[in-house]
Design a protein around this ligand. Structure first.
Ligand SMILES: Cc1cc2nc3c(=O)[nH]c(=O)nc-3n(C[C@H](O)[C@H](O)[C@H](O)COP(=O)(O)OP(=O)(O)OC[C@H]3O[C@@H](n4cnc5c(N)ncnc54)[C@H](O)[C@@H]3O)c2cc1C
Ligand SMILES: *[C@@H]1O[C@H](CO)[C@@H](O)[C@H](O)[C@H]1NC(C)=O
Ligand SMILES: *[C@@H]1O[C@H](CO)[C@@H](O)[C@H](O)[C@H]1NC(C)=O
Ligand SMILES: CC(=O)N[C@H]1CO[C@H](CO)[C@@H](O)[C@@H]1O
Length: 445
């Protein structure tokens, strides 16, 4: 008989819901605790890279996301509007190279599709339930220590395994480390904008917005990402600029004039877009120090997603790698996928295997997002000219076709070196290989 764990997942964000689905598919009893009263996060867009959508397709979730858009082109402009890099057939190239779409969607649409699938699989999702404390030193049963999860309303849930998927401000992380440490500023902040089509009056702009495409503008100390969502009914614009918020402020309503002023003199297409904005949120972008371990000494807590590897949102990897964390964890907890997980007492070694597969990768991606900032935010000058030359060279070489080669490309979005590493990750194959390796190692002991 396959061992059945009772798993409590803290947080119904993308990593928590992803983990809940794969853990349920592996036969475990799963409860998700979410502090929010409903799954309706502030409207904003999300870009999903191919292997995340691949996982979502396997779970029969992608098919139920409301109108995801596949961008047909990916273009990098300098801040004056000159094309630095351009890839046509971005949608087809992604599907061909990675066998899955690159997709832009509304966050809430994805979250709801995940939650629906989780519930179909028997996962219990409890909203309005905030976790306040965890006792990791419960009774020992079947070789594992039970954890007791306490909620704000005073209830206690017992679990063989607690999955901390509670995001950047993770309570579970604080309980585990036995101290509260706020996340650290990255020095950047994001203005997050969602435009509805009726807000855009100009015909040319409307056409642009309705056509699925990803656009970047890169300039001194700042860059902009823009793409359509919901089949062109909405346009998502994120402005990434130096952080000027007070230390204690993580998020606030932004001032429109101040925002427009930051982009004075940039590409008229962009400034015209900003004229249409009537409301904007300002988010401080934060990160965290790398942890020694994502697993507690009792082996009944594991951290995933933003709780352990938050990153700058410059590579569309936060959500994506969070989904992968959940997928890999759930797969390793399936005896048919991982024979090393044959009984409950194999939980500690299984968690170690999870950490081996994900920790270095998650942290490396986080570091890569900082390099992307350096390349995107260059001020006018020698370095910037060198960068643009490199872009130009590629543009010449590519002549509209996709780019191949060895040199590091200044935009990792079309970079031939980083892109396959980032987008080519196969969670299912990685697990298979790691499991095979682990059984080889144990056989040779
Ligand atoms: C401006 C911006 C733009 C971004 N754009 C992209 C993008 O285009 N593509 C991309 O891949 N990523 C993007 N990201 C990153 C992405 O949003 C995150 O990496 C991802 O959502 C992490 O998911 P998570 O499930 O780990 O955490 P979260 O999504 O933060 O989920 C945590 C959940 O836990 C709940 N919770 C917290 N504390 C408790 C508690 N004590 N008890 C119970 N529940 C609790 C919260 O309410 C929340 O629902 C962006 C981020 C920002 C800031
Ligand atoms: C998403 O992010 C992960 C990084 O963890 C990467 O491996 C993957 O290929 C990306 N795209 C996906 C999952 O499509
Ligand atoms: C945790 O639970 C154990 C077992 O029930 C108990 O002995 C211990 O006192 C608890 N610890 C705390 C800090 O409450
Ligand atoms: C999860 C998944 O199926 N991943 C795919 C990721 O990309 C590689 C390489 O392009 C494919 O072979 C995988 O199938």
């Amino acid at each position: 008989m396959a061992p059945q764990l009772s798993i409590v997942i803290v947080g119904a964000g993308l990593s928590g819901l992803a983990a809940s689905i794969q853990c349920a598919l592996s036969g475990h009893e799963v409860t998700v605790l979410e502090s929010a009263k409903e799954l309706a996060e502030v409207g904003a867009g999300l870009q999903l890279t191919p292997n995340a959508t691949k996982i979502l397709q396997k779970w029969d979730v992608y098919q139920h996301v409301n109108k995801p858009a596949e961008p047909r082109t990916c273009t990098v402009y300098n801040y004056k509007g000159k094309v630095l890099a351009h890839e046509d057939n971005f949608d087809k190239n992604n599907r061909r190279k990675y066998n899955a779409p690159f997709s832009d969607c509304h966050r809430v649409d994805l979250q709801q599709a995940l939650a629906k699938r989780a519930q179909e699989l028997g996962v219990e999702v409890l909203l309005n339930t905030r976790v306040t404390d965890i006792n990791f030193s419960g009774e020992e049963r079947d070789g594992i220590k039970e954890a007791a999860v306490s909620t704000e309303s005073g209830t206690t849930l017992l679990a063989d395994l607690v999955v901390a998927a509670d995001g950047l401000w993770s309570t579970c992380r604080s309980v585990f480390l036995n101290r509260f440490a706020p996340p650290l500023p990255t020095g950047d902040l994001a203005y997050r904008i969602v435009l509805n089509l009726p807000q855009i009056k100009d015909e040319k702009l409307r056409k642009m917005v309705q056509e699925p495409a990803v656009r970047f503008w890169v300039g001194p100390d700042a860059h902009v990402v823009a793409y359509s969502m919901r089949g062109g009914e909405m346009y998502n614009v994120v402005l990434l600029v130096p952080d000027d918020l007070d230390e204690g402020v993580a998020r606030t309503q932004g001032d429109l004039d101040e925002m427009r002023k930051l982009f004075e003199g940039w590409d008229p297409v962009l400034t015209q877009l900003l004229e249409c904005v009537d409301k904007v949120d300002k988010w401080k972008l934060m990160h965290r120090e790398e942890m020694k371990s994502w697993i507690n000494p009792q082996s009944n807590l594991v951290l995933i997603g933003d709780a352990c590897h938050p990153m700058l949102p410059y590579l569309a990897q936060g959500a994506n790698s969070s989904i992968e964390d959940g997928c890999v964890l759930g797969l390793l907890l399936s005896p048919s996928v991982n024979p090393g997980f044959a009984s409950k007492s194999d939980l500690p070694s299984t968690l170690q295997l999870f950490q081996k597969l994900r920790k270095a990768r998650g942290e490396a991606i986080a570091r890569e997002t900082f390099k992307q900032r350096r390349d995107f935010h260059m001020r006018d000058g020698l370095e910037q000219e060198k960068r643009d030359k490199l872009f130009e060279m590629w543009l010449e070489k590519a002549k509209g076709a996709e780019i191949e080669g060895e040199e590091e490309f200044p935009s990792r979005w079309t970079c031939p070196v980083v892109q396959p590493w980032l987008y080519g990750y196969d969670a299912f194959k990685e697990v298979e290989a790691a499991v095979a390796q682990a059984s080889k190692e144990s056989a040779s002991l």
